[in-house]
Write a protein that binds this ligand. Structure first.
Ligand code: HEC
Length: 601
């Protein structure tokens, strides 16, 4: 009896007791916020802020680096202790559309319009949009002008790629607000508050009458909303691990949605008392209808404790899966292991049976890659941190299928899906680094695969000034570039040099091109950390159009708007419009909070 009782107490205090917000504040925040420093909001100021906004600041705002070593419960407790519990700022009435009805082509009155639904217009993840659907020609692209700007209230990052369907635009945000906008004018039809930041693309799936909107958030929750009203149909936590996050976009096939599962445990492990590491990457297949589980596949076995460490762990999936309907397979790319032992499934391309989730084959491109914030502390041989953050692209070339995979190592591979991913060719495009190499996504047309190079260079800075939150400075001269590689044989077709346009006075500026690439016939779009979105000729890489997004905007929703770094998603080209996100405060890039819409007419 006594032993049981003691065990219950021990478990109760360490695992289940909600942390006290005041304690968390003293330990994690007071050191800075109780200083008499005009550049740090005082405790009184924090007490007047809505708790929801404080939580947002911790989850994906200016306090992100501070919060990375905190559990979700600690974040919630401190936000709730500090902040007010008033409802958040209401959307200004003028930001809403006069007609707030969301209409689809299946409605009698609406006419079918071109679309961009999810991470890529097609499930093979080419990020290729036809001229018919994109409506942007080589002549047209040079006439592109800003039509409207929309700002995410209180955010420092704009990283959710919009989905456009029948003139409706659906997008998430770092503040966790889902917006349904009019794609032509940017007025709001409805909003929905998710639990955490939403960067994954929204996948709209027809229910016969109307659509369901499917997406995941950065706290591991997955949602289905009714597209017409924004009402929740169902939601569920995909993974019980505290550090789980859903970064990659879901894909759907015949009533099943495939959800890639990643985590921020790599960062969580920087905390000295954190038992590193226990997260297992993978994919969840759910029924679109009700979210019930069809199958759940993990990339590594259940971790066991050895000394202070737990393992295996990691091999997260943080890009959109790629469907191969003909072979009944789902290709996913994986990241590194977080702790020993290294597994054969990290930094790999895996082929899963789409019906059962069974791993049919696995092609590892970098063996032995263990990386986390705990590396230096735990005396593990670490690195090189060469995850895959980009989806595999399935294309047909000549008389064969080829899987294209671009890695943070800076190498692009052509793999044979008929022979368990055997390497057909490989080409180095970048030096490779923690921030890529190839980072968020490549694009392919019939000829070439287009790989933008990040190679973001950061120099650590350790400031004694508590108001200086930068952990590193970006090198304004290193990184960037765009490669066109022939799909048939992996030979370089052309290379466009990085542009060096960082103004001396702009911190967080770099020519690196980590953002996903988009292609439409004749034109390749690639954004950079310096805030430029550029359109390149797919023939020879000459620059056709260049827009510096890092500036202030008058926005259609009346919220203060600023552009910054372009990182994460790529341009979305549809119906004669080009949509671009600008602002990315992670990795010490330039913050910003805007969705920009360009058009030609
Ligand atoms: C290393 C010093 C430091 C620590 C530790 C720190 N903060 Fe901050 N915090 C700052 C600075 C500096 C700013 C102002 C940043 C700016 O305006 O860009 C700030 C701003 C904020 C803001 C306002 C952000 C906004 O959106 O206006 C909130 C809320 C906040 N901190 C909450 C917290 C909480 C909660 C903790 C503890 C979990 C914490 N901070 C720990 C330095 C710190």
């Amino acid at each position: 009896m006594i032993r049981v009782y003691l065990l219950a107490v021990a478990v109760g205090t360490s695992l289940f007791a909600a942390p006290a917000g005041e304690e968390v504040f003293k330990q994690r925040c007071a050191g800075c916020h109780e200083q008499n420093n005009t550049r740090i909001p005082s405790v009184e100021v924090l007490h007047r802020m809505p708790a929801a906004r404080i939580l947002r600041t911790l989850n994906w705002g200016v306090m992100g680096n501070v919060a990375y070593t905190m559990s979700i419960a600690e974040r919630e407790a401190v936000a709730s202790y500090l902040g007010t519990h008033d409802p958040p700022n209401p959307v200004p009435p003028a930001a809403f559309c006069a007609d707030r009805a969301v209409r689809f082509a299946t409605d009698a009155k609406a006419k079918s319009q071109p679309q961009w639904n999810g991470w890529s217009p097609s499930a093979n993840n080419t990020r290729y949009q036809s001229t018919q659907a994109g409506g942007i020609t080589i002549d047209g692209v040079q006439q592109l002008k800003l039509k409207w700007a929309f700002a995410y209230d209180g955010d420092t990052t704009a990283f959710a790629e919009p989905t456009i369907l029948d003139g409706n635009l659906f997008t998430g945000s770092a503040g966790g607000v889902i917006h349904a906008l009019d794609a032509k004018t940017g007025c709001i039809r409805w909003t929905y508050d998710a639990k955490g930041p939403v960067r994954a693309s929204i996948r709209a799936v027809s229910r016969g009458k109307g659509y369901s909107l499917l997406f995941g958030d950065q706290l591991g929750w997955f949602y289905s909303l009714d597209a017409a009203t924004g009402k929740e149909l169902w939601k569920k936590k995909i993974d019980e691990h505290d550090a789980a996050r859903l970064t990659g976009s879901p894909v759907e096939y015949e009533g099943t949605v495939f959800v890639p599962v990643a985590s921020w445990e790599e960062n969580r492990a920087s905390s000295a008392d954190y038992p590193c590491c226990t997260f297992r990457g993978g994919v969840a297949a759910l029924r679109v209808r009700d979210g019930s589980v069809v199958w759940r596949t993990y990339t590594v076995d259940v971790p066991k404790q050895t000394g202070k460490l737990w393992g295996p762990s990691g091999a997260p999936v943080w890009s959109a899966p790629t469907l191969d309907v003909a072979r009944g397979l789902l290709y996913v790319t994986t990241g590194d292991n977080y702790s020993p032992p290294a597994t054969a499934t990290s930094d790999a391309v895996l082929a899963l049976d789409s019906k059962t989730g069974k791993i049919v084959w696995s092609r590892q491109l970098t063996p032995g890659d263990i990386f986390s914030g705990g590396c230096s502390r735990q005396e593990i041989a670490c690195g090189p941190d060469f995850d895959f953050g980009s989806s595999a692209i399935l294309v047909h070339s000549g008389n064969r299928d080829i899987l294209l995979a671009g890695q943070k190592s800076g190498i692009v591979y052509g793999l044979d899906p008929m022979r368990k991913g055997e390497i057909l060719w490989q080409i180095r495009v970048g030096k490779g680094s923690t921030n890529g190499g190839v980072q968020w996504g490549m694009a392919a047309d019939g000829q070439n695969v287009y790989a933008a190079v990040s190679d973001l260079a950061r120099a650590r800075v350790q400031s004694n000034d508590p108001a200086d939150l930068r952990t590193s400075n970006l090198d304004p001269n290193e990184g960037g570039g765009l490669y066109a590689i022939r799909i048939a044989d992996g030979i370089k077709a052309w290379y466009a040099e990085p542009q060096h346009t960082c103004p001396a006075e702009r911190p967080g500026c770099s020519p690196a091109q980590p953002a996903a690439v988009t292609v439409t016939p004749g034109i390749v779009f690639s954004g950079s950390v310096d805030g430029h979105m550029r359109a390149y000729s797919s023939e020879d890489g000459t620059i056709l159009w260049d827009f510096d997004t890092a500036r202030e905007y008058a926005t259609v929703n009346g919220v203060k708007g600023r552009g910054g770094s372009i990182d994460g998603p790529g341009a979305v080209v549809v119906g004669g419009m080009v949509y671009v996100n600008s602002g990315y405060s992670r990795q010490n890039g330039t913050p910003g909070n805007v969705l920009l819409a360009f058009g030609t007419d």
